[in-house]
Design a binder for this molecule. Structure first.
Ligand code: UD1
Length: 427
C-alpha cells in the first residue's frame, strides 16, 4: 500500500483543472440501468469509486468502455440485479442501483452498507421512499431484498432530513412509476440536478429541479441519453482551501463557482482574496519574503445541506483554521462522527478540542505546524491531512491513501503541478 509524502511550507502558484464530480458520476452511472441501450457520459472522473460503480454495472450484465473521460455504457442485457457485499462494503453509494433496478425489473438485492468512518449512515429513508411507491423490502442475510408488490405507483414522500442519495434513489424509481410522485424535503445538491437533467434527457418528466419539492410524472418508456457530469465542487473547494493553507495564488478551472458560494464567502471572511470569472475561481493568500503565508482570521462554520456549507469540505476547512489567528468553531450537523481527522491534525501540532458536534480550533502560528506521520481515515479527512501537510513545515507522511483515491483524480500530480512537493511512495 502506498503513502503520500509531503514536504510542506511551499506556497502554491498556478492552475488546476477540476475533474467531473464523483457524487454526480455515481448516480448517473447507476441511472444507465433504467432503460436498455447505449449511454454516453462525458467528464467521468477515473476514481476508485467510479471504477467500483462500473464493476457493479458489469456484474449485472452491462458492457462499458472508457475513452479519456468519456464512458460508454451499454445496458441492453441485464443478467443480474444484485449488488454483492464485496463491492458495497467498499462504497456505500452502491445502494444507488436499487432505484433504477426497481424501475426497470421490479426487483433488486443489495447488500446493506455497514457503518462507515463518518457515522451510522442508515438507508431507512431510501426504503421508506420505495415503500410509498409500492415496494416491499426485507432484510435477509445482510441483504436488502426489494420487490415491487404489484405495480410501481406514484406516491407522497417527505424526508425527515434532505438525503442526497435517498432523493436520487427514489427519483430513479419514481420516473417509471404509474402516476405522480411528490418528494418533499428533497435534497437540492447540484448532483441531484445533474441526475434530473439526465433523467429528463432519457424521457422522464420531473418538475422542481433545484428546489426541495420534486414532482415526478411517471412514464412507461425511457431511452438512453448522452450527458456531461458537472464539475466536482468538493475537489475544487479542497484546492482553494489548500491555497489558503500554504499561501500563494491558485486558480481552479473547469469549475462551477456558483456551486462554491458558501465556501468562497468563508474564505473571503478569513481574509483571502477570491476572484471568480466564468468557470474559473482564483484564491490568493499573500506570503512574506520567507514564503510564510499571511495570518488568516478565524471563521466559524456550520455544515448544512446545499446551498449551505458542505460537510464534505468541513475537514479541509478545519485544516485551514489550524493556522488562523483566533478561535474557530466548526459545527458538524450532517454526520455524527465526522471528526476523525482531529486526532491526526493534532499530531501536526494543531490545537483542537471537540465538544459534542462542534470542534473548537485555536489557531497557531504557521511555524508551530510541523509535519508528522499521519493516517487517513476517510475520504475527506484524507484531503484535510494533505492540506495540513502542505501548510506545515517539514515532512508529513500520510498512510492509507486508498481513501483519497476514492474521490480525488490525480491529486498528487495536480498539486505537484502548482509547486507542491508531494510524492506517492511505497509504505
Ligand atoms: C451524500 C454524498 C456524501 C455527502 C452527503 C451529505 C454521495 C455519493 N455521497 O451522501 O459525499 O457527505 O451526501 O452531503 O452523493 N440519513 C438517514 N437515513 C437515510 C439516509 C440518510 O438517517 O436513509 C441521514 C444521514 O445519516 C445523514 C443525513 O441523513 O445524517 C444526510 O445524509 P445523506 O444526504 O443521505 O448522505 P449520502 O446521500 O449518504
Amino acid at each position: 500500500m502506498d503513502k503520500l509524502r509531503i514536504n510542506g511550507g511551499r506556497p502554491l502558484y498556478g492552475s488546476i483543472p477540476v475533474s467531473g464530480a464523483k457524487n454526480a458520476a455515481l448516480p448517473l452511472l447507476a441511472a444507465t440501468l433504467l432503460a436498455p441501450g447505449t449511454y454516453i457520459l462525458h467528464n467521468v472522473p477515473n476514481l476508485r469509486d467510479t471504477r467500483t460503480m462500473l464493476k457493479l454495472l458489469q456484474i449485472m450484465g452491462a458492457v462499458w468502455e472508457r475513452d479519456g473521460s468519456t464512458v460508454k455504457v451499454n445496458t441492453t442485457t441485464l443478467t443480474g440485479a444484485e449488488a454483492p457485499y464485496d463491492l458495497v462494503k467498499t462504497m456505500r453509494a452502491s445502494v444507488l442501483v436499487l432505484g433504477p433496478l426497481l424501475g426497470r425489473t421490479g426487483t433488486a438485492r443489495v447488500s446493506l452498507p455497514g457503518g462507515c468512518a463518518i457515522g451510522a449512515r442508515p438507508i431507512d429513508y431510501h426504503l421508506l421512499g420505495f415503500q410509498a411507491l409500492g415496494v416491499v423490502s426485507a432484510m435477509t442475510g445482510g441483504y436488502v431484498e426489494a420487490r415491487v408488490q404489484s405495480e410501481l405507483t406514484g406516491g407522497m414522500i417527505c424526508f425527515d432530513i434532505p438525503s442526497v442519495t435517498a432523493t436520487e434513489n427514489v427519483l430513479m424509481a419514481a420516473v417509471k412509476a404509474k402516476g405522480t410522485t411528490v418528494i418533499q424535503n428533497a435534497a437540492k445538491e447540484p448532483e441531484v440536478g445533474n441526475l434530473i437533467d439526465m433523467l429528463e434527457a432519457m424521457g422522464a418528466r420531473i418538475e422542481g429541479k433545484d428546489s426541495d419539492c420534486l414532482t415526478v410524472h411517471g412514464v412507461q418508456e425511457l431511452h438512453p441519453a448522452e450527458i456531461s457530469i458537472i464539475p466536482d465542487r468538493i475537489e475544487a473547494g479542497s484546492y482553494l482551501i489548500a491555497a489558503g493553507a500554504a499561501g500563494g495564488s491558485l486558480e481552479v478551472t473547469n469549475c462551477e463557482p456558483a456551486h462554491l458560494a458558501a465556501l468562497i464567502e468563508k474564505l473571503r471572511a478569513a481574509g483571502m482574496e477570491m476572484t471568480v470569472q466564468g468557470n474559473r475561481c482564483t484564491a490568493f493568500c499573500p506570503v512574506d519574503s520567507q514564503g510564510i503565508p499571511c495570518p488568516l482570521r478565524a471563521v466559524n462554520i456550520t455544515t448544512m445541506p446545499y446551498p449551505g456549507f458542505p460537510t464534505d469540505l468541513q475537514a479541509q476547512f478545519m485544516a485551514l483554521m489550524t493556522r488562523s489567528s483566533g478561535v474557530s468553531i466548526i459545527h458538524e450537523t450532517i454526520f455524527e462522527n465526522r471528526f476523525m481527522h482531529v486526532a491526526e491534525l493534532r499530531r501536526l501540532g494543531a490545537e483542537i478540542a471537540i465538544d459534542g458536534g462542534s470542534a473548537v480550533v485555536t489557531g497557531i502560528s504557521r511555524e508551530r505546524l510541523i509535519g508528522a506521520p499521519v493516517m487517513a481515515t476517510d475520504l475527506r479527512a484524507s484531503a484535510s491531512l494533505v492540506i495540513a501537510g502542505l501548510a506545515a513545515s517539514g515532512t508529513t507522511e500520510i498512510s492509507r491513501i486508498y481513501h483519497l483515491e476514492r474521490g480525488y483524480e490525480n491529486m498528487a500530480e495536480k498539486l505537484r503541478h502548482v509547486g507542491a512537493a508531494i510524492e506517492q511512495v511505497p509504505d
